[in-house]
Write a protein that binds this ligand. Structure first.
Ligand SMILES: Nc1nc2c(c(=O)[nH]1)N[C@H]1C(S)=C(S)[C@@H](COP(=O)(O)OP(=O)(O)OC[C@H]3O[C@@H](n4cnc5c(=O)[nH]c(N)nc54)[C@H](O)[C@@H]3O)O[C@H]1N2
Ligand SMILES: Nc1nc2c(c(=O)[nH]1)N[C@H]1C(S)=C(S)[C@@H](COP(=O)(O)OP(=O)(O)OC[C@H]3O[C@@H](n4cnc5c(=O)[nH]c(N)nc54)[C@H](O)[C@@H]3O)O[C@H]1N2
Ligand code: SF4
Ligand SMILES: [Mo]
Length: 767
């Protein structure tokens, strides 16, 4: 740490606002907690000093006026009272245990577990759930990624990412990395691609985004028509015989079945439906086929729109038919410290086991996650298996799930709602108990968004200041809940602590012996590790205890990749070395180094080959011929994309509207022709109406939008107290306008990007 002597003390941490988690350094103000200065951390192995503008204003999170500083309990009259932690923990444990004893643990639902910056604390919830017998859970991933997980699982038995820094051709489908990032040092990487005449960028997006502006080919599809566009791309590959035949013979099954369907696709008609020139689609297909490597990123533009699961499938067919897997610059299978996609990503990969479904609606559960859009339905019913209680941790479902009004009703209908958060959120306000967590810069934290390749990076962030008084870290909260629920006690803890004092080898032996003798301890292992191994870790890193087990798992799974990163241990020693290095690397470390061939060893299908033949999705593909995207109700002539990523949005992590240097009110973007025909000028107010709700918006006339398409930013419409303590709401909460029924038929992901809407000028009155 440079400059400590001069008082110019910079502390390493990371930005918590998107999955890139760029390393940053912060210098604290005289109060010892506010961020006086923030800069990129050059020592961070992935971001190397890069940040975007959002990180530089993180003090709006750190010094938020909206922090919770005491546990709260709802009084019968609906108001909250402050209670001490012991009362809160015993009260929560008692109320949840009562639900368990009356209706069964499976009626206790768990939501959340981490946002864009915090997965470490959340990794302790598994213990509390086990102590309660809770069976069902969900998170934001079940309104974005589960379709892709399901398709990946059935085709490859694993998740994949694209290596954009090396790719000759980059394809972004419904993804705007200039704003949303998601690839390391996104803007630098995008600019490098755009500058290099040997490389090409292809973007499929209805809006001429900042990324599309840099692209060589922009397929400006009509909103919701990607299935036709992607099918046309795949069809050109088959019909012009641009497939990687040798590679497909060696590694892939189901090529004939897929080719047969794509051979029948009328390319010109499909391009017509998608609103894209056929010649440009053919150019794109040929460029992809010609390239030595193609990396692809699909994101919310297709994952939250019509035919979303089919689109995920078609996107994968494009790069698989051209052999773009397991070579530099193509798709790869990353290593992980903790796999976020869960074992569920292998669902259907040759497995004969029935897929799990939710208890009331019977909705398919992918990667262990109930679709977000059915949660309210699983509560607002008389069905005996309905959920009766919910624990919400680091999530704001009353704001972020479709149909907020219905979600509020659902939360109100539960016997008990417990919220663990740093702020008084829209969801916390509906809770019976609110447990205040320490902020992300006040405790050890990390994320499991570790997808870099070939050098993969993990970052255990150290606290940069003390916890706000009255708050506790999530590991401490879960350990206390487990103890209050009787999951383990002093008799279990003492011998393990004694063993931990003798060293980790002795601890490992004692821990395995203890869990063998009393198997129920294995289920609450995270909390037990925190209580026993935790106190022996250096610098108060108790919360890192769960990473000890994770490091050993990673070392056992990818020993060669970890050795290539500079660790030379054998067996258990390798895991110990990795864990020690994680603890000792406050700017993050490279924990694995891969070669492209490693990807083949991570294919999780029963045959070890990639499978293209998914009959249910091929059936849906066939049904596209002669059809068009829906949403043509004359009462709702526009398509609203409810929740766009912009330069100053970050879900609801930063609640203070003053954080946004631009677009403070979160304008509705509308095309020039639509604005003209509605008589709306830039800055005018208008009423936006959907089937589900209505809101007054400020209009931004924007020439990147195509006619018929309007967009609202994500994460606005939350309230925040002013200096005077009066809470005001800035912007529109997008999910006041969305409906739960608008969802994918296979995995239930919402169509937030495709909400039928109409817009009417609002007379500002007077004159
Ligand atoms: N600045 C910022 N960055 C973020 C976040 C944030 O809140 N703010 N959130 C993070 C999170 S949680 C996520 S999941 C990612 C999401 O990252 P992205 O998916 O890139 O974000 P969006 O802007 O929601 O959607 C991407 C694009 O979809 C396009 N789109 C709309 N309708 C359609 C359609 O029918 N077809 C196609 N092909 N495209 C369509 C939009 O025009 C938009 O450009 O961003 C992460 N990064
Ligand atoms: N209409 C529409 N809806 C959407 C989207 C969209 O594009 N359109 N996008 C969806 C997507 S992709 C996502 S990822 C979700 C995001 O929505 P959610 O998953 O609900 O998450 P966030 O808004 O990120 O909220 C994170 C919460 O964590 C809290 N928090 C911050 N730090 C800590 C901490 O250290 N500990 C604890 N316990 N809590 C903390 C914050 O106060 C906040 O309440 O929204 C989804 N909803
Ligand atoms: S918002 Fe994302 S890209 Fe920007 S600094 Fe933070 S982590 Fe990096
Ligand atoms: Mo997300």
């Amino acid at each position: 740490m440079t400059g400590t002597e001069t008082g110019d003390h910079w502390r390493s941490t990371a930005c918590i606002l998107c999955e890139s988690n760029c390393g940053i350094e912060v210098r604290l103000g005289v109060d010892g907690r506010s961020f006086e200065r923030i800069r990129g951390d050059k020592a961070h192995p992935a971001s190397q000093g890069y940040t975007c503008e959002k990180a530089l204003r993180l003090d709006r999170y750190q010094s938020s006026r909206d922090r919770l500083t005491s546990p709260l309990r709802r009084r019968p009259d609906g108001t909250f009272e402050e209670i001490d932690w012991d009362t809160a923990i015993s009260g929560v444990a008692e109320r949840l245990a009562a639900v368990r004893d009356t209706f069964g643990g499976e009626s206790i639902f768990y939501y959340g577990g981490g946002g864009q910056g915090n997965h470490l604390g959340g990794s302790y919830w598994a213990a509390t759930r086990r102590a309660l017998g809770s069976r069902y859970r969900s998170s934001a991933l079940a309104q974005e990624k589960t379709g892709e997980f399901w398709v990946n699982g059935r085709m490859l038995g694993t998740g994949v990412r694209g290596e954009f820094s090396e790719a000759e051709v980059s394809l972004f489908v419904g993804k705007n990395p200039w704003q949303s990032h998601g690839i390391p040092r996104a803007r630098t990487t995008l600019k490098e691609m755009a500058r290099d005449p040997e490389r090409s960028m292809i973007v499929i997006d209805p809006r001429r985004t900042e990324t599309a502006d840099l692209a060589d080919i922009h397929l400006q599809v009509r909103p919701g028509s990607d299935a036709w566009c992607l099918a046309a791309l795949g069809a050109v590959l088959v019909q012009e015989d641009l497939l990687a035949h040798r590679w497909l013979d060696d590694h892939v099954d189901g090529v004939a079945e897929v080719s047969a369907v794509l051979a029948d696709v009328p390319v010109a008609d499909y391009c017509d439906v998608a609103g894209v020139p056929e010649a440009l689609v053919r150019d794109a297909a040929r460029r992809i086929a010609r390239a030595s490597s193609v990396a692809v990123f699909e994101d919310l533009g297709i994952q939250m729109s019509l035919h979303s699961t089919l689109c995920s499938y078609l996107e994968k067919l494009v790069w698989l038919l051209t052999g773009n897997f397991a070579k530099p610059g193509a798709q790869y299978v990353p290593t992980s410290i903790v796999d976020l996609t869960g074992s569920g990503s292998k669902a259907g990969a040759g497995s004969k086991k029935a897929e799990p479904v939710s208890p009331v609606v019977g909705a398919r559960i992918v990667s262990g996650l109930v679709p977000c859009n059915v949660i309210a339905e699983e509560i607002l019913t008389h069905h005996p298996a309905r959920y009766r209680a919910m624990i919400v941790e680091s999530g704001n479902p009353a704001h972020s799930l479709a149909d907020s009004q219905r979600m509020r009703q659902a939360l109100a209908a539960l016997d008990v709602v417990v919220v663990i958060d740093v702020a008084m959120t829209e969801t916390a306000r509906l809770a019976d108990y609110v447990l205040p967590a320490s902020g992300q810069f006040e405790k050890y934290e990390s994320t499991f968004f570790n997808f870099e390749f070939p050098r993969n990076v993990f970052h255990l962030r150290h606290p940069v200041c003390d916890p706000l008084p009255g708050t506790l870290s999530e590991p401490e909260i879960h350990a206390r809940l487990c103890e209050a629920l009787g999951a383990f006690g002093p008799d279990d803890i003492e011998p393990l602590r004694a063993a931990a004092e003798q060293g980790r080898a002795a601890f490992a032996e004692a821990f395995f012996a203890a869990t063998a003798a009393k198997p129920e301890l294995a289920g609450v292992a995270p909390a037990l590790l925190y209580r026993t191994l935790g106190p022996t870790l250096p610098d108060g890193a108790d919360s890192a205890a769960v990473l000890w087990a994770a490091a050993h798992r990673a070392a056992a799974t990818y020993p060669d990749a970890i050795r290539r990163a500079g660790f030379d241990g054998e067996g258990l020693e390798l895991g110990e070395q990795l864990f020690d290095a994680i603890l000792a690397s406050p700017s993050g470390l490279t924990f694995s180094v891969d070669g492209p061939d490693d990807c083949w060893t991570r294919i999780g299908t029963a045959t070890g080959r990639i499978n293209l033949d998914l009959p249910d999705l091929l059936h849906e593909l066939r049904s596209l011929t002669g059809a068009t995207p829906n949403g043509t109700d004359p009462a709702f002539p526009l398509v609203l994309s409810a929740g766009e990523r912009r330069s100053f949005t970050a879900n609801t992590i930063v609640r203070d509207p003053a954080w946004r240097r631009k677009d403070r009110d979160g304008a509705l973007r509308i095309s020039v022709p639509d604005a003209a025909s509605l008589g709306l000028d830039d800055g005018a107010t208008a009423r936006l109406t959907t089937e589900r709700g209505s809101a007054v918006v400020v209009v931004e006339v924007n020439d990147t939008m195509q006619p018929g398409h309007v967009s609202l930013p994500n994460g606005l419409g939350v309230d925040y107290p002013g200096e005077d303590g009066v809470r005001t709401v800035v912007g529109v909460a997008p999910n006041e306008l969305t409906a739960t029924g608008a969802r994918d038929p296979f995995v239930g992901t919402p169509w937030h990007k495709h909400v039928p809407a109409r817009l009417e000028p609002v007379s500002t009155g007077g004159g």
